[in-house]
Design a protein around this ligand. Structure first.
Ligand SMILES: [Fe+2]
Length: 165
């Protein structure tokens, strides 16, 4: 599809997000399995449930625009997920792995926050009020998840100190 208007850009962005969320649904269970932290596992599992709801919101957004819901390969998310996968294949200390998993997840959240934020603004500018509301609801969840991940990183025990002791 050739992007000529802001409307086209919005639709392409929704397709990008649709693909991204579906990739995240596949990646989160693997991340939950890889961590040895109950808290981090719970956070990944909770976000998996949230992500399923986010896909539903995208379905509704497509419906409002009278479009069939479909994704378009999002290279950025695939790259970020690949990075996380490589990390999980490393033979590393479990706490270092957790730190890396938090970073991988936050990179994904930041991509989503930027993309949902722009899509929400485009929808507002184009007068698609309902679509803007749906995107805002997901944006709020992504921001909350990002904050929770920061808290989890900050509450991690000092790995270096633990290893030295
Ligand atoms: Fe998401």
């Amino acid at each position: 599809m050739k992007i000529q208007s802001l409307e086209d850009l919005l639709v392409e962005t929704l397709r990008d997000l649709y693909h991204a969320e579906n990739q995240i649904i596949k990646a989160l269970p693997k991340m939950a399995k890889a961590t040895s932290s109950d808290q981090l596992r719970a956070a990944f599992e909770e976000h998996l449930e949230q992500t399923r709801g986010q896909v539903e919101r995208l379905d509704q957004a497509f419906e409002h625009l009278n479009l069939k819901a479909r994704g378009k390969k999002c290279e950025a998310i695939e790259g970020l997920i690949e990075e996380g996968k490589e990390l999980m294949e490393e033979d590393i200390d479990e706490q270092v792995l957790d730190a890396g998993l938090i970073m991988a997840a936050q990179k994904v959240e930041h991509y989503e926050i930027a993309t949902y934020g722009c899509a929400r603004t485009f929808a507002q500018l184009l007068g698609h009020r309902k679509v803007a509301e749906l995107l805002q609801a997901t944006l709020d969840e992504e921001k909350e998840t990002d904050e929770k991940l920061t808290q989890l990183a900050e509450s991690m025990e000092n790995v270096e100190a633990a290893q030295a002791g």
